[in-house]
Design a protein around this ligand. Structure first.
Ligand code: 0O1
Ligand code: ZN
Length: 373
């Protein structure tokens, strides 16, 4: 078994649960947030810093690494873990979503997707077989089936046809997978915002007996209530004893809502992306360090955070770094934002264990969104 998962504690008032996920590169408890390291690096941080902040599993991207440096190069280095010197767990996305969100002029066929590389404009072709071969070469502990995430504005007919094709692609992904004993292949549930299509797709994927399941096709601009409703309709049809991964979600409110609907794993570029733009996530909401009000502020980013950044630097200094365009600015905010999210996950796990998840959620969200309308 490439991975083992077991539910340790169930919340009595919601679908929230604490689980334990065992991988060849470490064991950790869920719910868990997975920092995104698209091009084999969580931007600006070293693997040692990732360990310091408590990261247990990071994401890398098939699409990017296939185009550059090439999966053959990474394989020659001994695989992703050796290449990036990260001995924790790694999950690679299948590249489907990135083709649809990055490449220009793409064409989706039964065979796969033709598109132009965003790097040099050359014509490329990606399919379940190509995606799985690349993910097998990269060597991540968890890999994803090749899927299509339909655009937000797709109509029911398109979504239905796309989900049916994604199901056929899921079967092709399973057949193409060469190392099921050491890389766990997760299926990805699609079906747009149509509960009946979601349930049918979930059941069909469950019949294929994947070791874990992702809920895809969400967090693409739909209202949060729509996402929450789709989770309510979909998650109950996924096996209780297998991990559930909600793709592309990383804001505190959405994380809480998804945890209480039974989600175990999350990923988002949000904390690292806004950090590089100078926005910190703090216990009292977002804080834009560039603001003039912090020019002479000698307090930490977050008085309730015990991370190295909050124990060492002040808001005034961080504001200066961003105004001076010093590279230390994005580094320090990335370090803090990931620490903040990873400690939020620790708080969620503890609250589920102690039967006070709802209270923890209300207290955290009222402080985090206090000043916002
Ligand atoms: N295969 C697949 N991947 C999806 C992803 C990518 C998840 N992160 C991958 C990492 C691997 C490397 C890159 C990312 C998604 N990300 C989002 N929303 C993110 C929205 C967002 C965008 C920017 C900022 C914040 C939120 N929805 C997603 C749906 C799917 C999907 O159906 N199928
Ligand atoms: Zn901090």
């Amino acid at each position: 078994m490439a991975i083992r998962f077991e539910v340790l504690v169930r919340d009595r008032r919601s679908g929230a649960r604490v689980g334990r996920l065992v991988t060849p590169h470490g064991t950790f408890e869920t719910p868990m947030f997975m920092p995104v390291g698209t091009q084999a690096t969580v931007k600006t941080l070293t693997p040692e810093e990732l360990r310091e902040i408590g990261a247990k599993i990071v994401l890398a991207n098939t699409y990017h690494l296939w185009l550059r440096p090439g999966e053959d190069v990474v394989a020659e280095a001994g695989g992703l873990h050796r290449f990036m010197a990260w001995d924790g767990a790694i999950l690679t996305d299948s590249g489907g979503f990135q083709v649809f969100s990055l490449a220009e002029r793409r064409r989706v066929e039964e065979e796969g997707v033709y598109f132009r590389s965003h790097l040099d404009g050359s014509v490329k072709f990606m399919s379940p077989e190509v995606s799985i071969a690349v993910q097998n070469a990269l060597g991540a502990d968890i890999i994803m089936a090749f899927d299509e995430c339909p655009p937000l504005e797709a109509d029911r007919a398109y979504v239905e046809a796309s989900a049916a094709r994604t199901l056929r692609w899921a079967e092709r992904s399973l057949r193409a997978h060469r190392y099921p004993e050491r890389q766990a292949l997760f299926g990805i549930v699609q079906g747009g915002f149509y509960p009946d299509l979601r349930v049918a797709h979930a059941r069909a994927l469950v019949a294929l007996d994947f070791p874990g399941y992702a809920v895809g096709g969400l967090s693409i601009g739909e209202p949060k209530e729509v996402m929450y409703r789709i989770l309510e309709e979909t998650v109950p049809h996924l096996p209780e004893g297998k991990p559930r991964y909600l793709m592309g979600v990383g804001s505190p409110d959405a994380i809480f809502a998804a945890v209480e609907r039974g989600i175990d794993l999350f990923d988002s570029v949000l904390p690292t992306r806004i950090a590089r733009n100078g926005t910190a996530m703090t216990s009292r909401g977002r804080l834009v360090v560039r603001n003039a009000e912090y020019r002479r502020s000698w307090e930490p980013l977050d008085a309730n955070c015990d991370c190295k950044v909050c124990r060492t630097f002040t808001r005034g200094y961080l504001r200066h770094l961003f105004h001076a365009e010093e590279m230390l600015g994005p580094r320090l905010l990335t370090y803090h934002n990931l620490y903040f999210l990873l400690s939020l996950m620790e708080g969620i796990r503890a609250s589920i264990r102690e039967g006070r998840f709802q209270e923890f959620k209300e207290a955290f969200l009222s402080a985090y969104y206090a000043d916002q309308p």
